[in-house]
Design a protein around this ligand. Sequence first.
Ligand SMILES: Cc1ncc(COP(=O)(O)O)c(C=O)c1O
Length: 347
Amino acid sequence: MAPKIRIDLFSDTMTKPTAGMRRFMCEAEVGDEQKGEDPTVNLLQEMTAELLGKEAALFLPSGTMCNQIAIKLHCRPGDEVLLDRTAHPLNSEAGGPAVLAGAIVSGLPGERGVFTAEQVKAAVRPITRYQPKTRLVSVEQTANMGGGTIWPLRTIQEVCAVARQHHLFTHMDGARLFNAVIAAGISAKQYAADFDSAWVDLSKGLGAPVGAVLTGSKDFILEAWQWKQRLGGAMRQAGIIAAAGVYALKHHVERLAEDHAHAKLLAEGLAEIPGLKLNPKDVETNIVIFDIAQTGLTPQALLERFLEHGLRMSPVFPTRLRAVTHLDVSRAQVEEAAQIVRRVLQG
Ligand SMILES: Cc1ncc(COP(=O)(O)O)c(C=O)c1O
């Protein structure tokens, strides 16, 4: 029998809806979302548009669909998207940009998931009939596989300024935007201001079971609606699940600071263990990525040993592991996680 997972640091997608969230979902007012008649979906969209300072918003089943619809709307077949080489649409969306938008995706070699305006400038292709047209720049706030790195506001502004000079569209994958907001004390509106499109995930640190919200201009969202319909993402009485998002935006944003403190604590614990390489100063939000090369073990072998003690993390191949703190992980569990890792490595 598989061992019971007691401390799940696999991802912040592992949260279960709290009792308060479940009650709020039960009591949600609902209607036909496709007709614009679901008051809770409408409320969630209004709240998100307001928070991100955009004209309009659209509730979608997932962050992946937000990225894919945005890329589809910004690009024509043969166009190029610039993003970091670790970014989600390049590595974890099943080649969606190629399939749906006919776009090629070029990964820039950023530093822990963050690239610079100079890198964008150097990557934008000259307009010739031979080359794909560089059309879109996408930024991931926070940079997941960079280790939850916060994109500094200044870097965002510089990158978007270069994009505008070259007539490129700009997109923000805000899967963990609110982690950046809480850690840096900069509003979602400020972070989103320079982007043509931006979205937030409800099912990660915010603790909702499903959903993400894409924002942009009224025209952009009108077109996004058509793609939501086309892809089968249009729902009916979706207020039941949108309610979780409304609840999360009201109750689960400020508390992200706890997850950040827990991640820092974990990083400090891990950094003291011989064989592991990480700098706790690099941990800015709720993600800890550390190198295990010096242990001589593979990620898979170590993860299996952790699991025997009820601890789950995820691999970042070839030689790193990722641990993510969230709503369902306590300070005591984080302390225990570091002890388990020490025990496994020191026999
Ligand atoms: C940075 C980033 N973007 C996009 C996604 C996709 O979100 P979803 O799982 O809601 O499709 C994820 C999910 O892990 C992510 O980490």
